[in-house]
Design a protein. Structure first.
Length: 95
């Protein structure tokens, strides 16, 4: 894949999909599991974005990962590759 296409894919993923769909959804699901309301869950997300730099931390990991994913990894291995990265990220975050 050419670099212009990779840059567009990464920009859409990191600028729209992750901060506006994926991460808030994870916060809402986690909130429901621990007994928070929808509004409390979104408030926790906004607080982490504003006060803890959540989106920038996400970018620091996933911009390089997605650049590799969209440029080098064959399409049929992309989900497995990202899952592999997330597996080790969860190990790091939980220790």
């Amino acid at each position: 894949t050419d670099m212009r296409t990779v840059a567009r894919k990464v920009a859409v993923d990191m600028g729209f999909i992750s901060p506006l769909i994926c991460i808030p959804t994870a916060y809402i699901i986690k909130g429901f599991l621990i007994g928070n309301t929808f509004v409390q869950s979104l408030a926790n997300y906004v607080d982490d974005v504003v006060n803890k730099g959540l989106v920038f931390k996400n970018w620091s990991i996933f911009v390089p990962v997605q650049c590799i994913t969209f440029s080098i990894i064959p399409e049929h291995f992309r989900v497995s590759f990202v899952a592999f990265i997330l597996f080790f990220l969860m190990i790091i975050l939980s220790s």
